[in-house]
Design a protein around this ligand. Structure first.
Ligand code: SUG
Length: 453
């Protein structure tokens, strides 16, 4: 391994799929539940996300795109006993269970923070980058994502000399895994051997650990430790922490709704973790240098304010200019307490220098903010050279994707539209064409899965 090589953090955002809709599928995610039955606007959703990608690219960040999954998921519907051609499958399931149709039509793969957990090559025993797609077992509509997600990630990071792709963990609640949304990496420079921080909501085997009462904990300690093992991480560079069950019950369904970290900064709410002092101590010890912990007091921003504004679902970015930026959703500026807190934070010399604010309302209404929409990958120069560069944002790709959205996306979807076989055909055409733009090969394989209309 060449330790003098330069490493960067690239962000890969999920392109919102053509079936984006509000189906109220996520118990414990307050936005998802409260927007059920609202009409969605997939075209606007995709453009909002794309604008964020382009803006970060324009600031000099390495920005990539992750293609959406094929939806409705006819393969899963066939597995559940619906037969005939695709129009007939849709008709049967719409009659039998509109909720099942909605689950199989969800564009939830847009939240790529849940796509996988990734360990950079500097942290792993074999010096390769490791990927484990999340099994997302806690929600049916998300549990069907990982096989296609794994294919897409493999088509983006193909070269086995650099990239190791694992299968998702066993599909059991004991190993509930929600990917990078519950995983943060700390380091001084991206090329250092980093500290990988895993936050879990409950333990499947240790009954002594408290559990939330109202809403499910989606990540188990057992899943997090399996990933650390599979990725070959050093024990002294891994920290496990339990998320406060009370915040899960208040709507914090992933750690990235209450904390975000980058390099040697941890920005979190004071109620984020159980035994927070020992968590902070363990992180500092593993990092072997000071960690800048910016802890937001409940008196300034309550947990409820954090959940409505998505303050912590922000991206903490080290810009090429040397500044640290916090990428926030518009909702933070619209929330008085949160906005006041943020302006004082920037003025205080905390280590966060500027705010970048984006409209991501279409995704926010399903509980997905800026940080949900991105998957971080720390890459060396050689790894950047070895990956599929067609997925990296450029001015040309931005123009091409905008035109692609314009020609394939609807500007409104309601529950009734999900039964429409033309939506399926439109989506298949769109993804066929996207797989060429992004050079993904046959990741969708509609023919093979019997999904071709
Ligand atoms: O899993 N919402 C997603 C939001 C994921 C946000 N991701 C992170 N925090 N990293 C979820 O709850 C709602 C779909 C619907 O109701 O139509 C949904 O799946």
């Amino acid at each position: 391994m060449n330790t003098s090589t330069h490493y960067i953090e690239a962000n890969f955002d999920g392109l919102v799929g053509p079936t984006h809709n509000y189906a109220g599928l996520s118990d414990g995610n307050l936005a998802s539940k409260s927007n059920k039955t609202k009409a969605s606007n997939p075209k606007l959703a995709a453009k909002e996300g794309l604008k964020k990608m382009k803006a970060l690219h324009d600031l000099g960040m390495t920005q990539g795109v992750i293609a959406p999954l094929a939806r409705p998921d006819i393969g899963t519907l066939r597995q559940l006993g619906f037969t005939g051609n695709t129009a007939s499958v849709l008709k049967q399931v719409a009659k039998h269970s509109p909720a099942l149709l909605a689950a199989c039509s969800s564009a939830s793969s847009m939240w790529t923070a849940n796509a996988a957990t990734i360990s950079p090559s500097r942290d792993t025993q074999d010096g390769k980058l490791h990927f484990t797609p999340a099994n997302l077992i806690n929600k049916f509509h998300r549990s069907i994502e990982h096989p296609q997600t794994g294919r897409i990630l493999s088509a983006m990071f193909r070269d086995p000399n650099y990239f190791t792709h694992h299968k998702a963990l066993p599909s059991s609640p004991y190993f509930g895994d929600e990917g990078a949304a519950n995983h943060t990496r700390f380091c001084h420079a991206y090329g250092d051997h980093g500290v990988e921080f895993f936050v879990f909501g409950e333990s499947a085997f240790n009954a002594a650990l408290t559990k939330p009462n109202r809403f499910p904990a989606r990540q188990t300690l057992e899943a997090s430790s399996a990933i650390a093992r599979k990725h070959g991480l050093s024990a002294n560079k891994v920290v496990f922490a339990q998320q406060n069950p009370q915040v899960i019950d208040a709507g914090v369904f992933h750690n990235d709704v209450i904390a975000v970290g980058n390099r040697d900064v941890l920005f979190c709410h004071e109620h984020a973790f159980v035994h927070k002092d020992s968590v902070y101590q363990d992180l500092t010890t593993a990092l072997e240098q000071p960690l800048n912990i910016i802890e937001v007091p409940n008196s300034a921003v309550s947990v409820a304010d954090a959940v409505t504004s998505y303050l912590f679902n922000s991206q903490l970015l080290s810009l090429p200019s040397g500044e640290t930026a916090l990428v926030i959703p518009r909702e933070c500026e619209e929330h008085q307490n949160v906005a006041d807190y943020l302006y004082s934070l920037i003025a205080s010399g905390s280590g966060i220098d500027k705010l970048l604010c984006f409209d991501l309302k279409q995704s926010m209404q399903n509980g997905g903010g800026p940080a949900c929409l991105r998957l971080r990958v720390v890459l060396s120069e050689q790894e950047q050279g070895a990956m599929n560069s067609s997925v990296l944002m450029t001015d040309t790709l931005f123009t091409e994707l905008n035109a692609w959205i314009d020609s394939h996306y609807r500007d409104s979807i309601t529950a009734d539209d999900l039964t429409d076989p033309s939506l399926l055909i439109e989506s298949q055409f769109a993804l066929d064409s996207l797989s060429k733009i992004l050079n993904l090969g046959s990741v969708y394989d509609f023919q093979k899965t019997g999904e071709k209309s």
